[in-house]
Design a binder for this molecule. Structure first.
Ligand SMILES: [Fe+2]
Length: 265
């Protein structure tokens, strides 16, 4: 059995700064980490943390240091893909000691666990909100899929490879979905695709494989499909996802709030 805990869109900033002048993402993230720590026995063994992007809000080196410091008490290896708010080079430098990121180019990687391979793709196009999977990314993925043989795959990226229905978020969605769908369609492995970006949990399929997005510890986008949907975020603390392989993939969302009153049946 292998279990990966997915966190997304922490949007950290240097100490003393706030997102949109008001939101302190580090406080919300610290609360989530305390909650995870308190649930360790309940959650069972966890092999790694996967961060699906927007680790930082401003791409600063300090924000990545903050992230590592906040996660340190969990004593788990951390694997991350960049989001549109991240700086590729500052993120590379921050995670260099972990040794899983390439020393140049896109932050694409693969990590083998007992039950499945975890593959991270880099959809970041620096300076814009939308993401891209180009021919080179698909070729990287194709090679990793061939190397994996029949092993199940947990495939991570920041931008969802699907439209979420919120107009202003879909405007900064992912280019290259068709190529990814085509590749996944032709692949017989068990594959689960996980992402972030939309600060909400949404479940759909891409290329016939289940694809789902994880929540953010500090903010959310309202599910508003109207053309004049409010273009901004809600200050809402959400939790995390657990992805487990035990003969098949299962994914569960854990709320950020402490358990409410427990009553016997
Ligand atoms: Fe985000």
């Amino acid at each position: 059995m292998t279990t990966v805990l997915q966190i997304s869109d922490t949007h950290l900033v240097p100490e003393g700064r706030f997102v949109s002048g008001q939101l302190d993402p580090a406080l919300a993230f610290q609360r989530l980490v305390v909650r995870i720590e308190g649930m360790r026995e309940q959650l069972g063994p966890i092999d790694a943390i996967l961060h699906t992007g927007d680790l930082s809000d401003d791409g600063s080196a300090e924000s990545y240091s903050n992230l590592k410091e906040i996660l340190a008490p969990l004593e788990l290896p951390v694997f991350a893909v960049p989001g549109n708010h991240d700086s590729r080079e500052n993120m590379r430098a921050a995670f260099a000691p972990q040794g899983y990121l390439p020393s140049s180019g896109k932050l694409r990687w693969q990590k083998s666990f007992e039950a499945f391979d975890l593959i991270g793709l880099d959809t970041l196009v620096e300076g814009v909100g939308g993401g891209l999977l180009d021919e080179d990314d698909l070729s990287f993925l194709d090679t990793r899929l061939v190397e994996a043989g029949n092993k199940p795959i947990l495939l991570a990226m920041h931008h969802p490879p699907f439209a979420c229905g919120i107009p202003f978020m879909d405007k900064i969605g992912l280019d290259g979905i068709e190529g990814l769908a085509h590749l996944l369609q032709g692949c017989s492995n068990e594959i689960r695709v996980v992402c972030g970006h939309i600060h909400n949990t949404m479940i759909t399929t891409v290329g016939g494989k289940v694809a789902l997005s994880g929540p953010s510890p500090c903010s959310a986008f309202s599910y508003d499909t109207s053309p004049d949907a409010f273009e901004g975020f809600l200050v809402r603390e959400d939790g995390f996802l657990l992805h487990r392989w035990d003969g098949c993939f299962s994914s569960v969302r854990i709320d950020s709030r402490p358990d409410s009153l427990r009553l016997p049946f």
